[in-house]
Design a protein around this ligand. Structure first.
Ligand code: GTB
Length: 222
C-alpha cells in the first residue's frame, strides 16, 4: 500500500518548511511510514484532478488506496490512528483519556492558536500595502500574544503538553513555527524551547530535509 501526499511544486517560502505538507511529512516520519509525493503547481491545484482530492484546491492531500483526505489536522489524526490500529502508539496515547487530551491539543493548535497567526501572515503579505495595515499590525500581534501567554503558562517547565510527545505537540509546534520570523515566539522562552525540541526530533529533521530538497533544487528552465 502506497501513501501519496501532495505538496507545492515550488513553495513560496523556498523550503523553510512553513507550508503545511511539512506537518504531514513529520507525522509520517514519526510513524515510520514511507510515502510518495505528488508535486502540484498553483495552477494545477485549481484544476479538476486536484479539486477531486481537495475541494478548496489546496495542499496537502493524502491518498491511501481508495481513501483521499485533506485538512492537515484530519490527516495527522488518521496517520496516528492508523498507527494505533497497527499496534503502535507513538503519536497518540493508547489510553482513551490520554488520547482524548492529545486530540484536544490538536484541535487547540488549528482552531485556537493558528487563526491569529494566519491573520498576521495575511496582515503582512496580503494586506501589507493597505493604508491601514501598519495601524492594524499591533492589534494582530497582541491577539497572538493573547494565545501564547496562556499556552506558555500551561506548558510551564514541561517538555510536551501532556506527558509524552504526541500528535497534539506535532500540530502545536507546526503552528508555532510560523511565528519565528516575527520574534513573538522569543517573548516566551519556554515556547521557543518547546518549538526547538520539536525541530530537534529526527522525524522532523527528515521531514524538513525532504521538503527542502524539492524547494532548493534548481528550477527547471522554460
Ligand atoms: N486548513 C488547511 C489545512 O490545514 O490543510 C489549510 C491548507 C492550506 O492553507 N494550504 C495552503 C495552500 O494550498 C498551503 S500551506 N495555499 C494555496 C491556495 O490556497 O491557493 C499555507 C502556506 C503557504 C505558504 C507558506 N509560506 O510560503 O511561508 C506558508 C504556509
Amino acid at each position: 500500500m502506497t501513501i501519496t501526499i501532495t505538496a507545492f511544486e515550488r513553495s513560496p517560502d523556498g523550503g523553510q518548511g512553513l507550508a503545511r505538507d511539512t506537518r504531514v511529512r513529520w507525522a509520517l516520519e514519526e510513524a515510520g511510514q514511507s510515502y510518495a509525493v505528488r508535486l502540484v503547481s498553483f495552477a494545477a491545484m485549481k484544476e479538476p484532478p486536484h479539486l477531486a482530492r481537495h475541494p478548496f484546491g489546496q495542499i496537502p492531500t493524502y491518498e491511501e488506496d481508495g481513501l483521499v483526505l485533506f485538512e492537515t489536522g484530519a490527516i495527522v489524526f488518521h496517520i496516528a490512528q492508523r498507527q494505533i490500529d497497527q499496534g503502535h502508539a507513538d503519536l497518540l496515547p493508547e489510553h482513551s483519556d490520554g488520547r482524548a487530551r492529545a486530540i484536544t491539543w490538536m484541535f487547540a493548535a488549528v482552531n485556537t492558536v493558528e487563526p491569529p497567526i494566519l491573520d498576521l501572515a495575511n496582515a503582512r503579505f496580503a494586506e501589507g500595502d493597505k493604508p491601514w495595515s501598519a495601524e492594524r499590525l499591533p492589534l494582530v500581534k497582541d491577539r497572538i500574544r493573547g494565545r501564547l501567554k496562556p499556552l506558555s503558562a500551561y506548558l510551564g517547565k514541561s517538555e510536551w503538553l501532556d506527558g509524552a510527545f504526541s500528535a497534539g505537540d506535532l500540530m502545536m509546534v507546526s503552528v508555532l513555527l510560523r511565528l519565528r520570523a516575527s520574534g513573538l515566539l522569543d517573548e516566551f522562552a519556554n515556547l521557543a524551547a518547546y518549538v526547538a525540541r520539536g525541530e530537534a526530533r529526527p522525524a522532523y529533521k527528515r521531514a524538513f530535509a525532504a521538503q527542502l530538497a524539492i524547494n532548493a533544487a534548481p528550477q527547471p528552465k522554460g
